[in-house]
Design a protein around this ligand. Structure first.
Ligand code: BES
Ligand code: MN
Ligand code: ZN
Length: 499
């Protein structure tokens, strides 16, 4: 879909449909809707007075223009009560409108910066939300389907405003929205890809393409180099698999300083069978998405490279499969992570924290000033918060607050989880420095406490996206499958940290 901003009168635009808004509680059309109503000889006023258009959130009414203006139809999209409007609601309504229109075979549409001037939403913010809603809501993963979709594709979306002084904001919002949504869709593509395609090697290949396209510096470490660096925890997980592991880094340099400001670390388990502590087969196919954290940090840094903030960022992705075999890691084994801490393996299915231990060790060695890791880490997180909120854990309240605020801006909900010291007790081992499972209770927290040991005193936040990385159904701008959470949060965070 191509999205562009333009100055003009929306009723003069030739498109399959023009989309305007109505709010709950209003009795007459105003603004652009009033212009459209006039052109339609009061048809919309009549629908409002007859109670057919109420303006409820996501209410969609289609009226044909019958030649009264160049666009074939006008779509009146309800945005709910003005005082309750948010950019996230705009994203959702636009997404739902796009899916409905594409079902009807409409391939071009025009709309306004929906919600601009309402509830503190700026023109730029509204244009960004419209763009994100359209691109995220129209996403589909059909790569491996040999039949064409039953619906068409919306090829063009124009965002219009009659006031030419608003054009720069409109264009900026469109541009940022497109970069963020395309990055999110890239992360979705990667996580939706089955494990026989998205191997660790393929993750490295994708990273290479991103490096070439966006001018990032790439490094891919092979097993021998991991060995030299002492990454025994990552190598331990990789041992059971025939696919060689890859330790991928992508570097973005936006400032003159030699220091790295932020490390974005993402779990890259391309398939999690559980290893010797094998998982039940029910829904095991979902574990192709156990690299969603890695995909998110790769996609985020590619968006960051396009937005060019003055800050240095590195994305770190330890990538491997977790499979059982005669060579596989066993419960009871003891591994030494990079940095020297020893880990007793209780379950080979608690593999995410093992590969992250080495990735955190690597970030520490680079001396990065902040670390944010993203991982589909625990089933316990999904049990605790479902698929609505991601959980945030950390050792620095200021950074946690920033991450949560960056998420709120993106409409990606994040809830802070407790990190009381007493949870550390559960990770104590009788034979090593720490064990990789702290028992069933508070499983998401003990996993975070495990990671905290490796983050040390560097300001660090851990996002557990086990619940939010996947959507079981179509919901506003999410479609069934990978969500691309928290790509937009990470980009917003880095922008907020840049000077
Ligand atoms: N990748 C899983 C966590 C997961 C579960 C993500 C469900 C998405 C949906 C992780 O590696 C795992 O297996 N965690 C175990 C940890 C346990 C053995 C301590 C879990 O949560 O059961
Ligand atoms: Mn696991
Ligand atoms: Zn896992």
């Amino acid at each position: 879909m191509e999205i562009k901003a333009t100055v003009g009168d929306i009723t003069k635009i030739k498109a399959g449909a023009i989309i305007v808004n109505f709010f709950e509680g209003m009795t007459h059309p105003d603004g652009d809707l009033a212009t459209v109503d006039k052109a339609l000889d009061g048809a919309i006023s009549q629908l409002i007075s007859q109670g057919e258009i109420k303006g409820k959130l996501s209410e969609i009414t289609i009226v044909h223009s019958l030649g009264k203006f160049p666009a074939a139809r006008v779509v009146i999209a309800g945005l709910g009560k003005p005082s309750e409007l948010s950019r996230d609601k705009v994203r959702g309504v636009v997404a739902e409108t796009c899916r409905l229109l594409r079902q009807k075979g409409i391939d071009s549409m025009a709309t306004i910066a929906q919600g601009a001037g309402v509830a503190g939403i700026s023109v730029e913010g509204a244009a960004q939300a419209v763009t994100e809603g359209a691109l995220l809501g129209s996403y589909s993963f059909r790569k491996h389907m040999t039949k064409e979709a039953e619906y068409g594709e919306i090829k063009e979306l124009t965002i219009v405003d009659a006031d030419e002084t608003k054009f720069p904001s409109l264009e900026q919002g469109c541009n940022r929205g497109r970069i963020l949504a395309e990055a999110t869709n890239l992360a979705r593509d990667m996580a939706n890809e089955p494990a026989n395609y998205m191997t660790p090697g393929q993750m490295a290949e994708t990273a290479k393409q991103l490096a070439e396209n966006y001018g990032l510096e790439l490094s891919v470490l092979e097993s021998e180099q991991m060995q030299e660096l002492g990454m025994e925890a990552l190598l331990g997980v990789a041992r059971g698999s025939l696919e060689p592991p890859k330790f991928i880094t992508l570097n973005y340099k936006g400032s003159d300083s030699t220091e790295i400001d932020v490390a974005l670390v993402g779990k890259g388990i391309t398939f999690d069978s559980g290893g010797i502590s094998i998982k039940p087969s029910e829904k095991m196919e979902e574990m192709k998405g156990d690299m969603a954290g890695g995909a998110a940090v790769m996609a985020a840094i590619s968006a960051i490279a396009q937005l060019e903030p003055k800050i240095n960022v590195i994305a770190i992705i330890p990538a491997t499969e977790n499979l059982p075999s005669g060579k596989a890691l066993k419960p009871g084994d003891i591994l030494t992570a990079m940095g020297g801490k020893t880990i007793e393996i209780i379950s080979t299915d608690a593999e995410g924290r093992l590969i992250l231990a080495d990735a955190l060790g690597y970030a520490k060695k680079l001396g990065t000033k902040h670390i944010v890791d993203v991982a589909t880490l625990t089933g316990a997180m999904r049990v605790a918060l479902g698929d609505i909120y991601s959980g945030a854990f950390g050792n620095n309240q200021e950074l946690i607050d920033r991450v949560i605020a960056a998420g709120a801006e993106a409409g990606e909900l994040i809830w802070q989880m407790p990190m009381h010291e007493e949870y550390k007790e559960q990770n104590k081992s009788d034979v090593a420095d720490i064990k990789n499972v702290g028992g069933r209770y508070g499983g998401a927290i003990t996993a975070a406490q495990f990671l905290a040991e490796f983050a040390g005193d560097t300001p660090w936040v851990h996002l557990d996206i086990a619940g939010t990385s996947l959507s079981e159904k179509e919901r506003t701008y999410l479609v069934k499958g990978a969500t691309g959470v928290p790509v937009r949060t990470l980009v917003n965070l880095v922008l907020s940290l840049a000077t």
